[in-house]
Design a protein around this ligand. Structure first.
Ligand code: UDP
Ligand code: MG
Length: 330
């Protein structure tokens, strides 16, 4: 039986869905149109992850998959949140590259083509970076404050103005699957994993219909996952504060001794002792919190149980074809 040439690479789209009934049809139609010219070159497939939608999303998805064999629908048992929905898609996907995209058409499907182009140039992660966005001034302000803060704190460089809209090569997907921490900040993990990464600039559109699934509370929790998941700086700050307070206390103690020696008549009996004890204990307590903090920080990163490293390739002297980028040494 004649088979397709084996060079056809498989590209899968992953769409997290939470109450997107008004967007699903249009989304699928648009990605279909956009990818149609490349259909001879790639095998496209589409994974929709229904994250416990309360509207007709699931029915719409089931309808879609009944018509099109390239569509897979994963139904989560309840709402687990965007990051978990994408994770479920990544765990299930079987393709040479996965494109993660929002389902409200804020991430324009045509940009996916540019992601694929860069992937063909040899990049393993191609993230779509917003040149502009149509969100409310509030969202823009909080987002830019968040990225500024994250840049200051995080141990890895997490690119600014990027969401989860990106293409990841299969080997990055394989690595991501090893990261099982519960409080997930996928874009941080992707940066953390490394490999060859690049950006494609795009203008982010408005949500097509429906309401955001990221109200302020969820957004703040997500921001905390980003900062706390990639940095123990807040804990280390306690120690610095402890030193600062101890220094101030030391000055305070000198002052109290000075008053006691040179102007004893202004001091209330017992004042010197109480004040010195207060300064001293305050400083010591904060330093001790810092010590606890540094152990908690280490315990935390151990508990996250991340793989220690990812191997991009292993080459042995004589073996020219040894660029097996998927080998992993545990
Ligand atoms: N989403 C999800 N689960 C949630 C919230 C959102 O799967 O609990 C999906 C949603 O359907 C969309 C993407 O995540 O495809 C981004 O969400 P949204 O557009 O609501 O966020 P915003 O763009 O407002 O930040
Ligand atoms: Mg959106």
């Amino acid at each position: 039986m004649p088979t397709e040439p084996t060079t056809r690479r498989r590209v899968a789209f992953i769409f997290p869905i939470y109450n997107e009934e008004g967007n699903i049809e249009l989304l699928q139609r648009t990605v279909d149109e956009v990818t149609a010219p490349l259909a001879g070159k790639y095998d496209f497939s589409f994974i929709y992850v229904d994250d416990g939608s309360k509207d007709g999303s699931l029915a719409a998805l089931t309808g879609l998959s009944a018509r099109d064999g390239r569509i897979t629908v994963i139904e989560l048992s309840r709402n687990f949140g965007h990051q978990m929905a994408v994770t479920a898609g990544l765990d299930l996907v079987d393709a040479d590259a996965a494109i993660i995209m929002d389902s409200d058409l804020q991430d324009p499907p045509r940009v996916a083509l540019e992601l694929i182009e860069k992937w063909e140039e040899g990049f393993d992660v191609v993230y779509a970076q917003r040149r502009s966005r149509q969100d409310s001034p509030f969202k823009r302000l909080t987002a830019s404050a968040f990225y500024w803060f994250l840049g200051k704190m995080a141990a890895v460089d997490i690119p600014k103005n990027t969401g989860d809209f990106r293409l990841v090569d299969r080997k990055v997907v394989d690595e991501l699957r090893k990261y099982r921490e519960r409080d997930r900040f996928l874009r941080g993990l992707v940066s953390y994993i490394g490999f060859k990464q690049t950006a494609v600039l795009f203008d982010r559109d408005k949500r097509h219909t429906g309401a955001t699934g990221y109200p302020l509370t969820k957004m703040m929790r997500f921001a905390a996952d980003g900062i706390v998941g990639f940095s123990t700086t807040p804990l280390r700050m306690i120690t610095r504060m402890g030193y600062l307070f101890s220094l101030l206390s030391f000055l305070g103690v000198l002052y109290v001794i000075g008053v006691k020696l040179f102007e004893p008549e202004t001091a209330v009996p017992g004042w010197a002792f109480i004040t010195i004890a207060m300064f001293f204990l305050g400083g010591v307590q904060i330093i001790m919190l810092g010590v606890l903090g540094s152990y908690i920080g280490r315990t935390y990163s151990q508990v996250q149980n991340r793989p220690l490293y990812s191997v991009a390739s292993v080459r042995t002297g004589a073996n020219e074809a040894a660029e097996d980028s998927r080998s992993t040494v545990r």
